[in-house]
Design a protein around this ligand. Sequence first.
Ligand SMILES: [Zn+2]
Length: 415
Amino acid sequence: MAKLKDLKDLVQNVNLTEEQIAELLTIIVDMKKKNENAEKGKIVLPPELVSLLEKCTINRGEELVCPLCGSTSVNKNGKKDGRQRYICKACVKTFGDTYGTLLYHSKLTVKQWIEFLTLTLYNASLNRIKKDMGINLATAWYNRHKICSLIMQLEGEQDSFPSIVEGDEFFIPLSFIGERNKSFFIEELKRMPRHHRNRAEKFEYIEQAGYEVAEVEDMDGFYDDETIPSNLSVSKELNGLDKEEKRKRGISNEQVCVITAVDKMQNAYLSPTCLGKIEPKHLEQHLGGRFAEDSILVTDSLRAYRTFANNNKIHLRQIPSGRHTSGPFNLGKVNSYHSKMTDFFDRYKEVGSKYLDHYLALFRWQEKGFNSRTADRVNMLLDMLTKGVPEKVEFPKLKYRPFPFDTKNIIPLLI
Ligand SMILES: [Zn+2]
């Protein structure tokens, strides 16, 4: 490019006519205008977005990996509208800074994400989030499960137990809330989804599904106007029962069993296990290999624990039924963990069983850092959002996922 000084010399030496000077001035003024317009049209990103996008770039690290093909021959490919672009030399595709993170194609702004995460940490219901943020229910639902899946994928690794650990089961009513597969309810379960509220809506539901009202009128729940499933009270009763009583009563197959193990060092194992009563094979599958040689597992008097402990040579101390302690051992920690779980699930009223693992991951993660401030935890979640997730969270995959526990063929694994 010519230097300014050279240009000046050139202009002075070429003896320009008046017209030529005027023309030259017009060209320069036009150029100036063009530059100004370009400056105006430039996208200015809000500072909170800039710092989040920078985090995405930092999290990609020095060793860039292509999220499309996994190749490591990836180069930076300049910036577009203030945002970093990348190009993969292997698959010759380009991608942007949020590609591979859950921020990719997100409908929420950063400010909305912060609000959403805060409400999530307050265990707000989807309806409350919808109202407070003015977003639709589907967006709220989708983003909730994105967050839960993220926590599960990045922070969900379950713990092992080096010393004394308390184990127990927790029950949550089986729920099909949100399911739209009408023939499943009508043909397999022989009842209405419990959350269908009034009679008119129920008639509509049946008719839309192509059935005659008279055919199904006597189905369980058809005239039932309550919005909260009656088994919630059954679960509460079960969770509060004396262990021996719990066993005598027999556990209904409309209850999902959640296995819980906790110790005083904040180690926790928490997972939906099966419908109804827990069996030794479930304990094996979930807790097998998680105990050190001199760990002691403390449980109630349920026989399944005995079988499991014998098979795995685990030291077991069972609290006899009707008692609260056995020597120095008790179930205080797991009981208090479960009473927090009761409070947690109370806030949501009803949780679709298909997503129980998600809610439990959220609960477990919140419990692990229960003494940190909400604002700090929001930042931790924001930070997670800027990291690549091993498994993409896509709407159809979420909607049509199998139940995350052994359904014992009482209901199909996938509905
Ligand atoms: Zn690639």
